[in-house]
Design a binder for this molecule. Structure first.
Ligand SMILES: NC(=O)c1ccc[n+]([C@@H]2O[C@H](COP(=O)([O-])OP(=O)(O)OC[C@H]3O[C@@H](n4cnc5c(N)ncnc54)[C@H](OP(=O)(O)O)[C@@H]3O)[C@@H](O)[C@H]2O)c1
Length: 290
């Protein structure tokens, strides 16, 4: 069986990626303690040891606001890390699949962002992720860079879980209504990554669930699905929640290149969220039962 390395294995996306590939590959899912991607020699030695067919890099410093005050760490993990992986993959003949973000764009658009549109990040997180992409492209050609957005999944904190938790404690919630993006289920993205690899794709791809909404729309949809009627939702502008990092106001990704290569589009964000809420409920039930 061919070997596949997954980095950042404890993360939300990595957990679903490892599961998605486990039937076809011998998956080595390495957490930060098992492989710190900022350590050049360790990265090279690990790729040399396993000689994987591909490395899927899900490791990242994802705390967008903390990146503003921890710029050095952000660039170490999100830029130097991918460079280390690209160098090792180049040396040992492995494909590098790297996950990037909609936050490489400045949000000043009215139509979905295409892969070749100019990147102008608004915050340190976006800058560091963009530098990671640049390092990979400079290192070699054997890569797939997948930009995605607004992730939610079973295995990590995310907006939907936060809002469900807050609904237990509050009777009114203010939610930002002037940022638009595409919520994306980590399970769907993991399948998208697998299908891009199966299609022998190379280059940069956008991959998100179809359609778009604001954080307010997303929260309203979740509360409706969960029949939460005792919490009043109030749409507010981004300026109501001053945060260290600026966010793009429009970061919807154009998935045409993905669709042409994989042969389909990821389902709508509404279908994905509905499925996710059912999975979340099932996982809570099994925790309660055990
Ligand atoms: N979440 C989103 O909304 C979103 C949106 C667009 C793109 N993305 C991208 O999607 C990818 C996956 O995101 P996610 O939400 O699944 O992230 P996540 O849950 O925060 O997982 C990231 C993982 O990387 C690990 N990590 C941090 N520094 C590392 C290092 N130096 N070496 C090895 N591992 C390290 C973390 O370990 P520790 O927990 O031990 O630090 C964590 O387990 C990332 O590339 C992210 O930039 C995410």
């Amino acid at each position: 069986m061919k070997c596949l390395l997954v980095t950042g294995a404890r993360g939300m996306l990595a957990t679903d990626v490892a599961r998605e590939f486990s039937r076809e590959f011998e998956v080595k899912a390495l957490s930060r303690t098992e492989l710190d991607i900022t350590r050049t020699k360790a990265v090279s030695a690990t790729v040399a040891r396993y000689r994987p067919e591909a490395v899927i890099n899900c490791a990242a410093f994802t705390r967008v606001d903390d990146c503003e005050s921890m710029k050095e760490t952000a660039f170490e993990v999100n830029a130097r890390g991918p460079l280390n992986l690209a160098s090792a993959c180049n040396k040992y003949g492995a494909l590098l699949v790297h996950v990037s973000t909609d936050y490489v764009f400045d949000g000043k658009a009215a139509t979905p962002w295409k892969e070749d549109n100019t990147c102008r990040p608004l915050n340190v997180y976006g800058e560091s992720k963009l530098q990671g992409e640049i390092f990979i492209r400079q290192a070699f050609d054997n890569y797939i860079i997948i930009r995605t957005s607004w992730l939610f999944g079973l295995h990590g904190p995310n907006f939907i879980k936060t809002m469900l938790d807050l609904s237990q404690a509050r009777t009114e919630l203010a939610v930002v209504d002037d940022q638009e993006g595409s919520p994306t289920y980590t399970r769907d993205l993991a399948r998208g990554i697998r299908d891009l690899m199966a299609a022998n794709a190379r280059g940069v791809f956008h991959c998100s669930n179809s359609g778009s909404c604001t954080w307010f729309d997303l929260c309203s949809f979740v509360f409706e699905k969960r029949n939460i009627t005792d919490v009043r939702l109030k749409p507010v502008p981004t300026t109501s929640f001053p945060r260290p990092a600026r966010r793009p106001s429009y970061s919807v990704l154009d998935n045409t290149r993905f669709a042409e290569t994989a042969g389909y589009r990821l389902r709508s964000w509404q279908e994905a969220v509905t499925d996710y809420l059912q999975e979340l409920e099932r996982s809570h039930q099994s925790i309660r039962a055990s």
